[in-house]
Ligand binder design. Structure first.
Ligand code: ADE
Ligand code: ZN
Length: 349
């Protein structure tokens, strides 16, 4: 038994940073820092719409999801070669390892690149080499999840999955991202059924800007194993009860939610209500280069904004992150033991 009452609130930021954890909702293209955008633009001879790193950063003021996506897709235009994808993936995983992330399940958006003539092979092999190197160097277990862009058609998603199948062993699942409103999960019923038949895990963004009905159809039509975001579930008490009963994980992204105006401030985020309802919530960074911080920054800032969150909630969120991962039971048990040891030591007299 961990005596959470013995851990003083002032030790919380250090505890949050040092505790072992998993990151389950990170778009690798969203870790593309302005410095790397400019370096890759130079290396690849790509013209940018902004004269300087500072001017680009100044444009990172978003009013909603779409206003962000427009800039995010433009930033990704500097990624052309396998080496670029390796460099991008390795830079993120280096930061994650330094933040005590033990397991990262990383989204990538192949359609953002293949539409510009980039070969699927270069996207997948660049990223998967970065994952293998991260494991060899730091023991970080990193896996890839291929996301379909939901503003495009299901036929295009199906063609994307087929084009990726020669590298089937390099990714563990498929996801659904991009503009949510007007693009309900059921639009992708067939391609998700195909992915499941191939033995892939399936997840979907739902209930970020979209209504609770999109969370329900992600569950009932796509049969997802996790909901990405899902914060609008609170608008349907019956749905909240179902999510709790089914232990369906929600990968919540606090800094993202404020930057994209889902909540006005971190202090008004519904994380405490989600935890109170017994949901399997995890904390994630979404697009850290655009939203003001990586995983530990998300933890430290949301805990600072919500003083009712303490060491017990920190432990629960880290434990949920391992439970909600697609890792083996043996890996989950090992990480959870490490987590227990970490909190027991923090609570020792
Ligand atoms: N792609 C990258 N970040 C996203 C988000 N927060 N929602 C939907 N699609 C995204
Ligand atoms: Zn996301």
């Amino acid at each position: 038994m961990i005596d959470f009452g013995r851990i003083p609130q002032e030790r919380l930021p250090a505890l949050l940073r040092t505790m072992p954890k998993a990151e389950l909702h990170i778009h690798i293209e969203g870790s593309l820092e302005p410095e790397m955008i400019f370096a890759l633009a130079k290396r690849n001879g790509v013209a940018l719409a902004y004269p300087s790193i500072e001017a680009l950063r100044a444009a990172y003021a978003f009013s909603d999801l779409q206003s962000f996506l427009d800039i995010y897709y433009a930033g990704a235009s500097v990624l052309l070669h396998e080496q670029d994808f390796f460099d991008l993936g390795f830079a993120y995983l280096h930061k994650a390892a330094a933040e005590n992330v033990r397991c990262a399940e990383v989204f990538f958006d192949p359609q953002t690149h293949t539409a510009r003539g980039v070969a699927m092979k270069d996207v997948i092999l660049g990223l998967s080499h970065a994952c293998h190197r991260a494991h060899a160097e730091w023991g970080l277990q990193a896996k890839l999840i291929l996301c379909f862009l939901r503003h495009l058609s299901e036929d295009e998603a199906m063609a994307t999955l087929d084009a990726a199948l020669p590298w089937r062993e390099q990714f563990i699942g498929v996801g659904l991202d991009s503009s949510e409103q007007g693009h309900p999960p059921e639009k992708f019923a067939r391609v998700f059924a195909h992915a499941r038949a191939l033995g892939l895990h399936v997840v979907a963004h739902a209930g970020e800007e979209g209504p609770p009905a999109y969370i329900e159809s992600a569950l009932d039509v796509l049969h997802v194993g996790r909901i990405d975001h899902g914060v609008r579930c609170v608008e349907s008490p019956a749905l909240v009860q179902r999510l709790a009963r089914e232990r369906m994980p929600l990968t919540v992204c606090p800094l993202s939610n404020v930057k994209l105006c889902v909540f006005p401030t971190l202090a008004e985020h519904n994380l405490p209500a989600l935890l109170q309802a017994g949901l399997c919530v995890t904390i994630n960074s979404d697009d850290p280069a655009y939203f003001g911080g990586y995983l530990n920054q998300n933890f430290v800032e949301i805990f600072a904004a919500l003083p009712q969150l303490g060491s017990r909630e920190a432990y629960t969120l880290a434990r949920n992150s391992f439970a909600a991962s697609f890792a083996t039971s043996a890996d989950k048990a090992r990480w959870m033991s490490e987590l227990d040891a970490h909190f027991s030591a923090a609570a020792a007299p």
